[in-house]
Write a new protein. Sequence first.
Lengths: 293, 251, 286
Amino acid sequence: MQKRHFIDRAIKWLFFGAAATSVLVLLGIFGMLLFNGVKAFAHISLAEFFFTSNWNPSAYGEPSYGILAMLASTFLVTLGAMLLAVPLGVGAATYLAQVATEKTRLILKPVIELLAAIPSVVVGFIGIVMVGPFIARVFGLSNGLTALNGAILLAVMSLPTIITVAEDAIRSVPNSFKEASYSLGANQWTTLIKVVLPAAYSGIIAAIILGMGRAIGETMTVLMATGNALAMPRGFFDPVRTMTATIAIELGEVPYGTTHYYSLFAVGALLFLISLVVNLLAENLAGRYRYKL
Amino acid sequence: MKTKLAVRDLHLHYGTKEVLKGINLDIPENNIVALIGPSGCGKSTLLRAMNRMHDLNPEAKVKGKILLDDDDIYAPGKDVVAVRRKIGMVFQKPNPFPKSIFDNIAYGLKIAGENDKHKLHAIVERTLRSSYLWEEVKDDLDKSALSLSGGQQQRLCIARAVAVQPEVLLMDEPCSALDPISTAKIEALMLELKKEYTIVIVTHNMQQAQRVADLTAFMYFGEVIEFAPTRQLFDAPQMELTANYLNGNFG
Amino acid sequence: MRQNSLQQRLGLNTLRFFVLLVLLFLGIILWEVFSKGSGVINSGFLFDYPRKGMTLGGIFPTIMGTIFVTLVTTIFAIPMGIATAIYLSEYANDNTVNRLIRASIRNLAGVPSIIYGLFGVAVFVQGMGLGSSVLSSGLTLGLLTLPYIITTTEEALKNVPHSYREGALALGATKWEAIWTNVLPSAVSGIVTGSILGLSRAAGETAPILFTGVAFYLRYLPASVSDSFMAMPYHLYILSTQHHAIEEVRPLAYGTALVLLSLVFVLNIIAFIIRYRYRNFNKARI
């Protein structure tokens, strides 16, 4: 009898320990990034880091550490991805949630989940062998590995996130809203546009933000498919190098413990903070859309 | 008559809401006691307090005592597992586990450490016989308990509770989901079981209370209004509230 | 009125078109990889080492490396994830500590994979001195997969009827006995589904292993968890961007993509089948 109780209590604490690890890991990630990232600023001024655009840490003699160009690159690629993915994703989510029959929905949902399962390195590969050359041909560029290429690929990758979360939000709009609209003589389309989508507004925004988070943090796809040019991008037809790609390219070659090494953690810390803000924002919005019936 | 279970000034709060307001009740050994009253009067809450099921809900706060053979089940440091072994419970909806019929009956014995196959078989057979289920399921002991009909499932749940040989059996509207024939079988079973056990039953069905209960308590808004021998409570209620309820004036 | 119905037809068809476009993306990716990759798939490709500076031969060590590292991930992430999910679903009440735990898990799910890579380098490779190894990579991928396994397992546990717990407790089971004998068996297919999906993600990830253990080319399979390894996703990355004769090895890259994609899809389909069966089983139970 005593043994059973001991096991019961021991297991509770054991499992609590496992759960607490998640907190430790999150704090650990942040602490590690901060701890290593801060060391970079012993030799780099904050102003140089945040407000100049020349990133050339391995330059002989006078290395430079400005992240503005890669920040702009990340922003540009993400913006492009969202311009494509938001209408497509929200449209598809609306269709799945309100127009499609239950049977169609049950078939389509796992198929869309399959899209999410494609490894990012495969998407990047498709960007190299297919989408990139296609862009080069259509727009007459010498090289298709551009911000546009990255934007298209990231759009495809963030679609499953946007569709799944937005569909959930749109489906949770109470039927009584729709019925009220129908009873006033509105047709299905008007009801969707004027009643259902506005009612699911904050959930849809949460979906978009989460999709954006996915795009900002994606590494392999942009590393492979956007050309990795360090200059400040002037538009979608320029090759770009995002924050994630910079870390991926340089961390492998940089000697441990140098300013260059620490500067990559500083970039990582910034990236982490961005993704944290994105998550908290989405969570805050998503919590609001559920209608209590 | 010896008092088996005694409720002493029992208060129960859900958050800030007081659901039981000082309950006192003496439940005599080898009797069937029915708790009746309108929905939300606290009768199920009281029943669940009797084997500390509210421990699962952090919102619920219990004050007062429930004495099993003069021993407070809410005493600090009391082993709640041991309490529940002595005070079994049958729920409103039949809840057989998704296991075989045999494993359902043997569940309580196995977790208590009984592993002797022959002994388990003997107890399972005896228990199923005593709940009149043996003839119906003796060839299907390895079949899933979920394949039984609703009435059979509930008798199985009663048998499962009886198999660990508790002293008190709590039943929370055990027939509310069943047809009249199954209900009759369970009532017959209860009358048989009271020879060995003390039974407390929550019921919405006045006829059922009159058919099976020796004593009946009428509850209203978290209080016991009247507690008397069943015949007396139904034929000559002392309180006006009780009379009104029995006449169908509310509830 | 007529204008309205025209608008409706146009609108709904646009939505339909959008869905088709999304499906088309999936179709194009699959078609491109399968049509151009299937030509190089044969037993030599699957069971040979790369030869002649990776311009010939197969991808055997990359397959084995991916399997090996995913196994380490499994051993770490699944017990850890299930334990956390059980704690959250069965033990945790709503207090500050537990809310903090939940918030951490939700935020971990959104941390970019390259950040996990940085964490792996700083903590496992350097900090703990595990070096560039299967173990470092496996643990890094484990952390990445953890939020996913926790979320899906908790979902599966929440779907187990409350009466199974109460019934067991009423028979004198301790809380853990109720969970072990009654709750977990009913949730097992949901847990397995979630775990498989989590692992399929881990198997396809590149960024977290980039600096924690994966190698460009090795002549031997890793003999222990402290060796470095080759992996399919990284191999595909190398063949398509870092190789000295990129055009020449393109067929091999397609083949690698095909094998990787097949592995991931097979895992997803298995998970889908388990979930589908489970759903039907649940329906039968009610």
